[in-house]
Design a protein around this ligand. Structure first.
Ligand code: 0A1
Ligand code: ZN
Length: 853
């Protein structure tokens, strides 16, 4: 696996170098003697030579461990210990390795391995955190059962699997399912549970718990319902049942990511599980439901079948994201979920795929695997599954999944195994489809059309631009879902999937009297950038008549983008066709409110910047921001007569219910309030703030007022009301930066970093401020470089404490080559300053180096 690089250069790991470990692990027994600054970990591991490997090296990973003692078959040994692990002479027959190490959870601010969060012990082992707990072959293809004994005086002490004996000062756990070390978890602390039960369809009774810090027990009910729905859904849709006696979820305040699927003991960032109407928005509720489902679904796609190595990460993540999206579509609205996902994909994955950080869905090299938990691996990985399903059809997809679970249960697999399952069960050759896994970059798909003698022909061309390390791209298999409409809005060709395999390919449809109007890439059937010469009139027609909700919404988005671009480049006024289309749509009570809210949501300023860059125009963030403001102001004025009525009509009466219907209405109501605040001096928003009985409306009222710079009193009131609630305070921090006028955003963010409640050590709080700054496009890209400087200062301060979160936040700079020379110089200087920081982590060094390249 290792590259012989000079010692100053960080090591690079390559997929092509994979070799299996020389030993199998038959059993793991661990004892934890908990102590905040000196926890002792005793391990007893039964190894046997791996008969498939001839050249064996006994190397155990281990980092930041104090080795107290080591024995083989009861005899003391003196292994060769380095910064990354140890090696040792071992017998060539099965043997028992025993070690005792000491670790310091309290000093662990990186939040990897065993650490403390608000006085509670918890772990994060994916991807390579277990090596910070004890010496072990910390790689996903080494799987074993685990017996764990926790000794300490904590009220609650949890680990994976089923509970064993427990008593005064100890608790034992046994996990019967072989697992890799990255799925290990331990939690101990003063916790309360929200209990429930679930009976699987084969009659197994399962105890469910959500464990929280005292005070949070009232915020568990929604998560518990989401868990039970997920369990039922996975049985009904994928035929997958839960396989232990208990399923525990724990909420932790300090966590680098959203949540973690440890076997039987999922650990969640508290922001992704705790919910109440007073403190959580509709968006929070939807996200919590999705993340609970995601982690639960990993029990089969990730845990029972895991990854052979970390290059295969998309095997579990792409599939599990795809499954959680299916779940959300079933629980809520499928079209709304699809549109939301496309918005996210374009906001996060497209910039990655089209910049210096571009990498294949299955990367081939990395320095730090934590840097590859990306939108490409997760979200594009899920799009690839969606395309596969569209190509083979629903029935064949579920048949292939059955084969996957049957064939590979208990194994650590590769993308080749996954593709082979589909080839074997469908008889299709999927060699070309694998390009989606191996070639980075977003394909550009262009289309021409012709109409002759009643035959309508669509000619598509595909081209994927070069990405770092990959100049040449082969054509991909692209499923293109199309429909055809008559000029009066009748559908003459219902949704049909065209299978494009060539660089250029035509598809003809016969028997039309008049030239049909095409609706292309329905349901966003492939993660591509479609370009098509189309008139504003035709787009307005599709926005009014398309039967596919995605392409209907997309037509509106295209109109919006074209209008904004014309405003920025030519100083044009907002497009009147588009304004009119929006006006009639927003008033159309037959349309789903959630859909109307999505149509009213403007394209982001960053999206417009990218669209300009794609046309060879250097984006000016201030001009883009001004155009967005002018457009919104013009729309508000043109709707001024109807806004108060629309606002009243979309108010949701009665008790708050976090369902899709209420959320859709509130989303529309929030959009309308945004417009109304532009013309009523903040009157409606002030009233809404005062009377709010749930966080969704309170938050949207405050956002509107802050944006209008009329929210000082409300911001203060909000602070006083919620200062003891960590998650709500994250909203308070973030909102002020998100809504700030661009020229004020860096200074506001800076002053918030000096607020007594700001702490760099809590990733949620850090992201609330710095993430919001990076998202405030014109604010972050202030020409004087103040936004860049502040982010760089903060990243330099965070890196020694928490490399993982620092490295992730570096991606705010990934689009830097879009901008003018002045801004580029300033960003380059900040990136170089970060890179030159003494002792910079491998994580951040890799990210900054790739971005600079
Ligand atoms: N596997 C988890 C997310 C996760 C990934 C990496 C982590 O540390 C580097 C932590 C959590 C999921 O997909 O939910
Ligand atoms: Zn996942």
């Amino acid at each position: 696996m290792k590259d012989a690089a000079p010692s100053t250069q960080p090591e690079t790991f390559y997929l092509k170098d994979y070799t299996p470990f020389g030993y199998v692990v038959e059993r793991v027994e661990l004892v934890f003697r908990l102590s905040p600054e000196a926890t002792r970990v005793l391990s007893k591991i039964r190894f046997a030579p791996n008969p498939d490997v001839s050249d064996r090296e006994f190397f155990l990973h281990g980092e930041k461990l104090k080795l107290i003692s080591a024995q083989i078959d009861g005899a003391e040994v003196a292994p060769n210990v380095t910064d990354t692990g140890l090696s040792c002479e071992v017998p060539d027959t099965p043997f028992t390795w025993e070690a005792e190490v000491e670790i310091n959870p309290k000093a662990n601010t990186a939040l990897e391995g065993l650490y403390m969060s608000n006085g509670m012990y918890c772990t994060q082992c994916e991807a390579e955190g277990f090596r910070k707990i004890t010496y072990y072959p910390d790689r996903p293809d080494v799987m074993s059962t685990f017996n764990v004994r926790i000794e300490g005086d904590e009220k609650v002490m949890l680990s994976n699997g089923n509970p064993g004996e427990s008593g005064e000062g100890f608790a034992e756990w046994h996990d019967p399912w072989p697992k890799p070390a990255y799925l290990f978890a331990l939690v101990a602390g003063d916790l309360l549970n929200h209990p429930d039960r679930f009976t699987t369809r084969s009659g197994k009774d399962v105890e469910l718990n959500i464990w929280v810090r005292p005070g949070d027990e009232g915020k568990c009910a929604f998560g518990m319902e989401a868990l039970k729905k997920s369990m039922t859904w996975d049985e009904e849709v994928y035929g997958r049942e839960y396989d232990l006696d208990v399923f525990n979820i724990v909420a932790v305040d300090d966590f680098n990511m959203g949540a973690m699927e440890n076997k039987g003991l999922n650990i969640f960032n508290s922001s992704c599980v705790l919910a109440s109407p007073e403190t959580s928005t509709d968006a929070n509720f939807e996200r919590i439901e999705a993340i609970i489902a995601h982690e639960y679904f990993h029990n089969w796609t990730g845990n029972r079948i895991t990854c052979r190595d970390w290059f295969q990460l998309c095997l579990k993540e792409g599939l599990t994201v795809y499954r959680d999206a299916q779940f959300t579509a079933d629980m809520r609205s499928a079209p709304v979920k699809r549109i939301e996902d496309v918005i996210e994909l374009r906001a996060r994955q497209f910039p990655e795929d089209n910049g210096p950080l571009a990498h294949p869905v299955r990367p081939e090299a990395f320095q730090e695997i934590n840097n590859f938990y990306t939108a490409t691996v997760y979200e594009k990985g899920a799009e690839v599954i969606g395309m596969l399903k569209r190509l083979v059809g629903d029935e064949a997809y579920y048949k292939a999944l059955d084969l996957y679970f049957n064939r590979h249960d208990g194994q650590a697999c590769t993308i080749e195994d996954w593709i082979k399952v589909f080839e074997d069960s469908t008889g299709r050759d999927l060699a070309q489809f694998k390009n989606w896994y191996s070639q980075a970059g977003t394909p550009r798909l262009s289309v021409d059309e012709s109409f002759e003698d009643g035959t309508y022909t669509l000619t598509f061309r595909q081209k994927t631009p070069p990405t770092p390390g990959q100049d040449h791209k082969d054509p991909k298999v692209i499923p293109i879902a199309v429909g055809l409409l008559t000029p009066t809005g009748d559908e003459v060709l219902p949704t049909t999937v065209l299978e494009m395999t060539e660089a250029e390919q035509s598809f003809s449809f016969e028997g039309f009297k008049t030239r049909p109007i095409p609706s292309i890439l329905r349901d966003f059937s492939a993660p591509v950038i479609l370009t098509r010469d189309s008139s504003a009139k035709e787009r307005a027609f599709l926005l009014a008549h398309d039967t596919d909700p995605f392409t209907r919404w997309e037509a509106g988005r295209e109109l919006a983008k074209a209008s904004r671009i014309a405003m920025v480049i030519d100083g044009a006024s907002p497009d009147s066709n588009y304004l009119e289309a929006l006006q009639s749509l927003v008033r159309d009570d037959h349309l789903d409110p959630a859909f109307r809210a999505l149509v009213l949501a403007p394209p982001t300023e960053s999206e417009i910047a990218q669209a300009l860059a794609d046309q060879g125009v250097t984006p000016d963030p201030d001009a883009i921001h001004d155009a967005a403001e002018t457009f919104a102001q013009t729309l508000a004025q043109s709707l001024s007569d109807s806004l108060p009525r629309l606002f009243a009509a979309t108010l949701v009466d009665g008790a708050y219910v976090p369902d899709a219907k209420g959320a859709g209405l509130r989303a529309l109501n929030g959009r309308i309030l945004g417009l109304l605040t532009r013309i009523d001096g903040g009157e409606a928003a002030t009233k809404q703030f005062e009377t709010a009985n749930n966080m969704t409306v309170q938050n949207s009222a405050l956002a509107c007022l802050l944006k209008a710079e009329k929210g000082d009193a409300q911001s203060q009131a909000f602070f006083e009301q919620w200062q003891d609630d960590r998650l709500v305070m994250d909203k308070w921090f973030g909102l002020q930066v998100a809504t700030a006028r661009p020229e004020r955003a860096p200074a506001i963010a800076q002053s918030l970093t000096e607020h007594p409640l700001f702490t760099i050590k809590n990733p949620n709080r850090f992201r609330a401020v710095m993430g919001a700054l990076a998202m405030n496009h014109a604010g972050f890209h202030q020409a004087d470089g103040s936004g860049y400087r502040l982010l760089a200062d903060q990243l330099i301060a965070l890196d020694p404490l928490n490399p993982q979160t620092t490295a992730r936040m570096c991606s705010a700079f990934q689009t830097w080559k879009r901008y003018d020379a002045g801004r580029q110089d300033k960003i380059r200087a900040e990136l170089k300053r970060i890179k030159a920081t003494e002792g910079l982590s491998r994580d951040t060094n890799e990210m900054v180096s790739r971005i600079l390249d």
